[in-house]
Design a protein around this ligand. Structure first.
Ligand SMILES: *Cc1c(COP(=O)(O)O)cnc(C)c1O
Length: 236
């Protein structure tokens, strides 16, 4: 894994090796070829590196800081990329998120979903939404609980300006592949339940640079990869 900030040249290499890696893991765990999408997490990284990834055919990018992502999306508008907001959502940021992003993966409460639905213009395509889910034994401050999942999903499904696409999750780091798989398997069961009640659901966003193999083994349809594509980030 790259230990320092990538260069434009190295991003091309990294992105292709992450893709090869995903294809190899798909094969190992008998997942259909191409069934796992790569979201390139470009938070804190300059537009020049995003351009380098886009030149290799990467379309979907993830950002954690609302304004930073919007600035890059405006600067790179001509490339027709797809922008996913994956950071914590403060309620005073729902308007810029709803107007500028294509996807929001970190919706974890009704108040935020309601505000996004109001702020997304009817002239735009509906905003693609994933519910950020946390399991009962995770003490993370973000994430919808499993007991609130269905009511939040029903609201999003019923909102004309939103499309419910699935679940995003960030489980606490686990020691080894086996422990990682156990948690991801449980999240996959919640995904299947959600899918049986909501026909548009097709996205299970789980797995990062450190636990991508376990996530793909247990049914992720999207992995969110930052470090392995763009190099290490400075603390922020
Ligand atoms: C930063 C971030 C990632 C990417 O993490 P890496 O370990 O750098 O691959 C994925 N998902 C979320 C929500 C993030 O904030």
């Amino acid at each position: 894994m790259p230990q320092t900030d990538a260069t434009e040249g190295s991003v091309a290499d990294h992105i292709n090796s992450v893709r090869d890696n995903i294809a190899h893991i798909e094969q190992t765990y008998r997942r259909a070829p191409g069934s796992v999408q790569l979201l390139a997490v470009s938070k804190t990284k300059p537009s020049s590196l995003i351009r380098a990834a886009a030149a290799e055919g990467q379309i979907a990018f993830g950002e954690n800081y609302v304004e930073e992502g919007i600035e890059k999306s405006i600067e790179l508008k001509a490339l027709n990329l797809t922008w996913h907001y994956i950071g914590h959502i403060q309620s005073n940021k729902t308007k810029p998120i709803a107007s500028h992003y294509d996807w929001v993966q970190s919706v974890d409460r009704l108040k935020i979903a309601t505000r996004l639905a109001e702020h997304r213009s009817a002239d735009q395509k509906p905003l693609n939404v994933c519910i950020q889910l946390k399991l009962d034994d995770e003490d993370s401050k973000s994430g919808c609980s499993t007991t609130e999942l269905e009511s939040l999903a029903e609201f999003i499904d019923s909102a004309p300006t939103l499309t419910l696409r699935g679940i995003m999750t960030i489980p606490a780091p686990r020691e080894n592949l086996e422990q990682q798989r156990e948690v991801f398997a449980e999240l996959h069961r919640w995904y299947q339940t959600l899918q049986s009640n909501h026909s548009d659901v097709d996205t299970l966003s789980m797995g990062m640079s450190g636990d991508m193999e376990a996530a793909i083994a247990e049914g992720a349809t999207m992995v969110r990869i930052g470090t392995a594509v763009f190099g290490k980030r400075d603390k922020r």
